[in-house]
Design a protein around this ligand. Structure first.
Ligand SMILES: [Zn+2]
Length: 435
């Protein structure tokens, strides 16, 4: 499996200048190729093949006075830039044909000098790691790297990235064998929330990291400062850089923290079950800040990635599963709970539940049942999980917000959701057919 390993690198001033020129050349090659394809389309011609494009926008262009400067930089990143365009087109076509899952991918767009992120990719011929641990990039030279962890194998490519905060990173692609951990005995269901980050079915709680709030306050202050600077002024440019730095700090801190949490969970448990949450939809509503904060999508992505690597199972429970309404003791469906209800007693068996822990236990049970009943899995009749239920319950927990239509904010979507708001609302309750 391919993994990315990213490290901060520190090019010298003169190397930065060469990198800047190479970023520019790679961008021009990309844009020229994109323009050529667009023209071909306009003229009703077939798309130019990659080899022809390469001749046109790299080797051929170098001989013209307008593009002669392309010769001043390494050719490898330019070719890789064309490959990126190929990939962008392929993703677009796959997305249109439905072969690619996830959100729709648009047509490739022209790159701009003002893009906040600049990147270059070097293949095996374009870079090597010297015995003095410096990264040698063709036509750029030996760059100092902060090796924060060891590379597990020889990398097949490296991407040099300049972010909005002015930092350079080298991101290596490494092909590693999956190294399955010894089997663990425990399985866990996870309920993702807002008051706490997550509650696990074994009773442990992952708290929202407070340090993120601190980093965020700094970001806000920087943003306020920026808004007060005159447009086009030098001070504004400085303030913008400060905002970018604060942003980078928040993102790094969050990512670090998520890595730690997911690694721990994957090490300790054999199977992890989560709810399928409409995170993208949620992020558009008023809860946006908390949702982004929490980085649920990243949390799930990291869990899946690590599960694949270490031989663990990740099960996703359907988003219509009423994890907050069921009693995890007796299976009784107790009905919707108002938002402020953090604990409740089952009306059938009188068991007292913590809202989130109960939900996590239900997710665990539903995930295990799904896995047993999956094609190829051993069938186990009598697992009483009412999957046919299609409730729309409201709650502070993400699981409760699954079915809200966030494309119509303000109507009945999330923006109106407030702590304490009652959950009563006409939903599709099975009724006797009307005459
Ligand atoms: Zn009960």
């Amino acid at each position: 499996m391919h993994l990315r390993y990213s490290y901060r690198i520190y090019p010298t001033a003169s190397q930065c200048a060469v990198l800047a020129r190479t970023f520019g050349c790679a961008r021009v090659v990309y844009n020229d190729a994109l323009a050529a394809r667009k023209e071909a389309r306009k003229a009703g011609l077939p798309y130019p093949r990659s080899a022809d494009l390469q001749k046109l926008v790299i080797t051929g262009a170098k001989k013209t006075p307008e593009r002669a400067w392309l010769s001043s930089v390494g050719v490898d990143p330019l070719i890789q830039s064309l490959r990126d365009l190929d990939t962008a087109y392929r993703n677009f076509f796959d997305s249109v044909s439905g072969e690619r899952a996830g959100r729709p991918v648009g047509l490739p767009r022209f790159k701009s000098r003002k893009d906040s992120r600049q990147s270059l990719r070097f293949t095996r011929n374009g870079f090597r790691i010297r015995s003095n641990r410096k990264l040698n990039l063709a036509k750029i030279g030996d760059v100092r790297v902060r090796w924060s962890r060891a590379l597990p194998a020889d990398p097949s490519s490296v991407t040099v990235v300049l972010d909005a905060a002015g930092r350079y990173h080298a991101s290596f692609v490494v092909d590693v064998e999956s190294d399955h951990l010894p089997e663990a005995s425990s399985e866990v269901g996870i309920d993702l929330g807002l008051t706490t980050y997550a509650v696990l079915s074994d009773g442990s709680v992952i708290d929202n990291p407070r340090f993120l709030r601190k980093a965020e306050r700094k970001l806000k202050a920087a943003q306020r400062e920026l808004s007060r600077k005159a447009k086009g002024s030098k001070n504004r440019a400085k303030a913008r850089k400060k905002v970018a730095k604060a942003h980078a700090k928040v993102a790094d801190t969050r990512r670090d923290w998520l890595h730690k949490q997911t690694t721990r969970i994957i090490r300790e448990t054999q199977a992890v079950y989560l709810e399928d949450l409409n995170v993208r939809g949620l992020a558009r509503g008023r809860l946006a800040k908390s949702v982004h904060d929490a980085g649920w999508a990243t949390f799930r992505h990291l869990l899946e990635e690590k599960a694949a690597r270490y031989g663990r199972h990740i099960g996703i429970v359907h988003r219509a599963f009423p994890s907050s309404q069921l009693c995890s003791e007796c299976g009784h469906r107790d009905g919707p709970k108002p938002l402020h209800v953090r604990t409740w007693a089952c009306s059938a068996c009188r068991a007292l539940h913590d809202r989130d822990l109960n939900a996590a236990r239900n997710i665990l049970a539903a995930g295990q049942a799904d896995r047993l009943n999956a094609p190829g899995g051993p069938a186990r009749p009598g697992v009483a999980i009412p999957h046919q239920a299609r409730p729309v319950e409201r709650g502070t927990h993400l699981g409760d917000l699954r079915n809200t239509d966030t494309r119509a904010p303000g109507a009945e979507g999330i923006p109106r959701l407030q702590a304490g708001e009652d959950v009563k609302r006409p939903v599709a309750v099975p009724r006797s057919p009307s005459p």
